[in-house]
Design a protein around this ligand. Structure first.
Ligand code: SAH
Length: 351
């Protein structure tokens, strides 16, 4: 395929030519967030013909299960007036599906959507009329609240370090002799052989948001649910996890900058540690949804829409099967002290 260089590629190359090789963090920041040419800024990557499909776009069952989760947790908080906050809401589908379940359950939250994409904000306002917007969690008022994030943390820029015999090196984006993009490494920082031969990935913004969430949970009567492509100690990947996806295909990270999605795997043990000593729970997306009763929901949908039985059963499989999203996607919940333990982590659906 001989594709035209993207406008962002020229911007990246010019910055490297004048300032030297850039961190992968800076590269991701430009590729995903450049105000004009960033991946999330200029087009809608979702949907069947898009670059990737997220769980809420696969089936309404996903958002309905999360809505049931929010309703149960809200009961466990003592049914206060509350805010429902979503980080990185994409097209707004998840929030719309959750609200459809919450209203009949008597939970009518003040809705806040935290996003940085003007284009997606327009999509969100069509699906979630009456929502409030913020471009960072810090702008959202405190008080009783439930914070939900699906595929938010994996889209934030990361630094990548390689720990070898000479010390720590940072993974960088530079230029080859022909001026084309070429990944490489910084010089080794001495005295940094704290890890064995190993890769480490670090998202400063991910850590900052986790710390802000921890503070809100420590304030009291709040809960947090994060679902993401990620790992725990049991299935930690060997090597770097950053990957590039375009039109549902894996490509090089240097391929079509600004038109290619870049994501990494979220370290769920790291996230839980950051929230400690608050109580948190981690499981796979499959067990979580099954525990919340997605099987029963699929059956009742099939009864009311027998023509769609095949599609409903396919969506159930994609969301829950271990070889699909069931294991690769992890779920973390954390709650304030005094809030009842959340459903979905092994005790079966609660009535
Ligand atoms: N949760 C949605 C979308 C996931 S894609 C779904 O499951 O379909 C990542 C989302 O995070 C997009 O909406 C993107 O615009 C948003 N985003 C990326 N960086 C962000 C940041 N720094 N702050 C807030 N939102 C961000």
């Amino acid at each position: 395929m001989n594709e035209e260089p993207t406008p962002l590629e020229a911007i990246v190359k010019a910055e490297i030519a004048t300032s030297g090789p850039m961190t992968i963090h800076r590269y991701m920041e430009l590729c995903l967030g450049h105000p004009e040419h960033g991946f999330y800024k200029h087009h809608d990557p979702f949907g069947p013909e898009g670059d990737f499909t997220t769980a809420p776009e696969i089936s309404q069952m996903f958002g309905e299960m999360l809505g049931a989760w929010v309703a149960t947790v809200w009961h466990g908080m003592g049914r206060p007036d509350f805010r429902l906050i979503e980080l990185g809401p994409g097209r707004g589908t998840l929030m719309a599906d959750m609200l459809r379940v919450l209203q009949p359950a008597g939970a009518v939250p003040e809705v806040w959507l935290v996003d940085t994409s003007p284009l997606l904000k327009a999509e969100q306002s069509r699906r979630v009329p009456g929502a409030n917007w913020a471009s960072s969690l810090a702008e959202v008022p405190t008080g009783p609240q439930i914070i939900v994030a699906n595929e938010f943390f994996d889209a934030l820029p990361v630094h990548q370090f390689f720990f070898g015999p000479e010390g720590a090196r940072e993974h960088l984006m530079g230029l080859d002799a022909d001026g084309e993009l070429l990944p490489g490494f910084s010089a080794a920082a001495p005295n940094a052989t704290v890890h064995a031969l190993d890769w480490q990935e670090w998202s400063p913004l991910g850590d900052l948001v986790a710390d802000q969430i921890a503070e809100r949970l420590r304030d009291g009567n709040a809960a947090f649910l994060a679902i993401d492509y990620g790992y725990t100690a049991a299935d930690r990947p060997v090597g770097p996890s950053l990957q590039a996806l375009r039109a549902n295909r894996q490509v090089q990270i240097t391929d079509q900058p600004g038109r290619t999605d870049l994501t990494f795997l979220v370290d769920f043990d790291g996230l839980a540690t950051r929230l400690a000593p608050l109580r948190s729970w981690v499981t796979g997306q499959g067990p979580f949804l099954v525990d919340l009763g997605i099987g029963h929901r699929a059956e009742s949908l099939v009864r009311s829409e027998p023509k769609n039985a095949g599609a409903i059963s396919d969506a159930f499989d994609v969301l829950t099967a271990p070889e699909e999203m069931g294991t690769l996607f992890k779920v973390l919940a954390a709650v304030s002290e005094g809030v009842a333990p959340p459903p979905g982590f092994g005790e079966g659906p609660r009535a």
